[in-house]
Each structure stands twice: as C-alpha cells, then as structure tokens.
Design a protein around this ligand. Sequence first.
Ligand code: C5P
Length: 396
Amino acid sequence: MEATRTIVVGVTGGIAAYKSAELVSRLRKEGFAVHVIMTRNACRFVAPLTFRTLSGNPVLCDTFEEDGPWAVQHVGVAEAADLLVIAPATANIIAKMAHGLADDLLSTVVLATAAPVLVVPSMNSTMLVSAVVQENLRTLRQRGVTILEPAEGELACGVSGPGRLPEPADIVARIRELLAPAADLAGKTVLITSGPTQEDIDPVRFITNRSSGKMGFALARQALRRGARVLLVSGPTALPAPAGAEVFWVRSARDMCARTLELLPQSDVVIGAAAVADYRPRHVSRQKVKKGDGELHIELERNPDILAEVARCKGARVTVGFAAETEDVLANARVKMEKKKLDLLVANDVTMEGAGFGVDTNVATILSPDGRAESLPRMSKEQLADEILDRVVALL
Ligand code: C5P
C-alpha cells in the first residue's frame, strides 16, 4: 500500500480562503494526511474549527503555540510535509517568501521545509498584475517554487479579471503531479510552436490574432515536468517563459517557420500550438503609411504552413496540430489532419464558452489517425496539455 503522504496547506487572508476548505476536504478524501497552517488574517475569513474538522488535525496558527503535535512546531510541520501548498496566497505572503521574511508560523515553515512548494495566488486583478507582485512571483519561480496561475473571472471585489483561486480539483491535480512527476518523456526533445505571429504592414503596424500563447506554454511546462527537453518557438506574448524551456522568440510566420525547420532535426515530437497568421502583407512599407481620404487596400499573400513543411521531412516524429474552428469542427479537423500528416489533432470550437483564445480552460476533441475522436470535458489548459502528452507518449 502507498504510504500516506502529508500535505501542509497554508491558508492566508484572502476571500478565497473558504475554497481551501474544499481543497482540504478533497485532499483528505484522496487519502492524504493534511495539516493546516492559517495566518492571523486567514482566521478572520474562516474559523480554524472548519479546517480542524476537515483536516482531522489541530490547526496551527501561532509559532509559539503549545498544543500542536510537534515539540518545535515550525520544524516539525516543515519536516512532516511531503508538499506545502499555499492557497490562497495573498500578495503579502508572496512578498514575504520572495524576501525570506519569517514573522509568523507559515512564513517560517516556508523557510524550514525542504518539500516542494506550490503557491496559488488569489487577489484583486490590479494587485496581481502590479509590477512588484509579478516580480516577486518571478523570483519565486526562479527559486523552484511552482506557481499555479490564477484563473480569470468575476472577483469578490466586483471586477472581472485574473486573480480567482483555481478550482480545488485543479489544485489537487497539480499537487498530484508535483508529488509523482512522470518521467515518461525523459531523453525526448519536444519542439513546440506557440502564440500568435505578427505580420508587418509598416514600421508601426502589423496584423496579428488573439492567441495568448497559454496553450503552448502549458504544453511546454507539462513536457518539462515529464522529463523532456523543450524547444519553444514563441510569437510575442506577455506570459513568463516556462523555466527550463529553451525559448526562441520570433515575430512573423516566416521567422517561426525558419526557426522550427532549423530545430526540427533535434526533435522527437513537434506540437504546433501557434496561431500562425495565414497571410502577410505583400509589401511591407519602409515608412509609416500615411492616411489619405479614401480607402486603403492591403494586398495579402500566403504564409508558409509550418506543420505542412514539417510533414515533408517528418521521419519518425510524432506531430500534433491544433484546429481552432468556429463551424464544422470535426469535418474541418479531419481534412487538416490528413493534409499535415498529423498523428494527433486537437480540435476545438473557439466560439464555446471556456474554450480557445485567452482563457485558462479549453474544451477539446482529440482526433487520432484511425478516425477515433475523443471528446474531453472542459478542463484547464495544463490538464489538456497532460492529456495530449499522454497520447504522444503512447505513440512514441
Ligand atoms: O490550417 P489551420 O491554420 O487551421 O491549422 C492549424 C494548425 O496548423 C495548428 O496546429 C497551427 O499551429 C498549424 N499551422 C502552421 N502554420 C500555418 C498555419 C497553421 O503550422 N501557417
């Protein structure tokens, strides 16, 4: 039987603290031993008794308390942890962690533990995107802390944007991954195209699309976690580059194509997650185009199809494409699959809620060459990335 693993859940003072009750409950149901550490402010949002009942253990709030199970609380709990998850993580705990402060039990345990740490930020969008919070998150990532990206949506403060605590099920899934990293892509090189391309009209204007690069980056993170070397050819995006990936930044479809073909010989798997512009302006004006009184016509010419180019020298590689459609999803996807000689095609209807551009979730159907079409439920892009890689591994 698998030994019981201990998850220490740090709860800080955010409105999403109530969702951590469900997190703790799920962890217990999945067979983990759970100890909860609450900050003083967290206790203002949810009563410690809730967590005590759900975890089945005394809740730890104070460094100098006497009634915890260990002689020296912060060292005992830090050593007992197989993983420390902080959910919700406020801007304050993130800042304290980035700077090594240890002025309460949770921040002290963070310093005292050798276990992997998962931080799940949740706060108002403006706070989240502020330069200092982002800088602190970058620092933590660089030090090997895993950050689970906040979800987007309606926030308690009334605004809508990034900052929501992800669903407890997604947090548990991430915890499981961190505890048991599969190394089934060790020794393999995965080449991923990601993000939009930009096609210049003149020195200040370009044509682009709504791709955020989230799906490609999630694939890169999951492939890294499974032991792969990752070559990521990315169009412009505001996302932080996945730590450990070799990133090649490009702008136009032609640059992306050239880079991909250059890296192709090194790869075992090619995943085309980029939203490549199909057309580019035939003439790029060297000067800024001046406005006149009448209409302006821009003549467009075809861009190369990167996956079709890859197909020409595919060899034994496993290739995966995406098909973002707005109608006749499966029929269009099947044609694409054949034309680009793909082993897997991930089709989605981008008009569906929770699918496609910019959002953190996706609703996809995975097509295999034998004609099978597997419809997956709505899930995070991280989870979908893992589903795709499961099938890639089976094909390798
Ligand atoms: O034909 P369509 O653009 O719908 O195909 C989508 C798939 O093909 C995606 O995997 C995308 O990354 C890839 N693609 C490409 N080069 C293009 C257009 C699409 O690699 N010029």
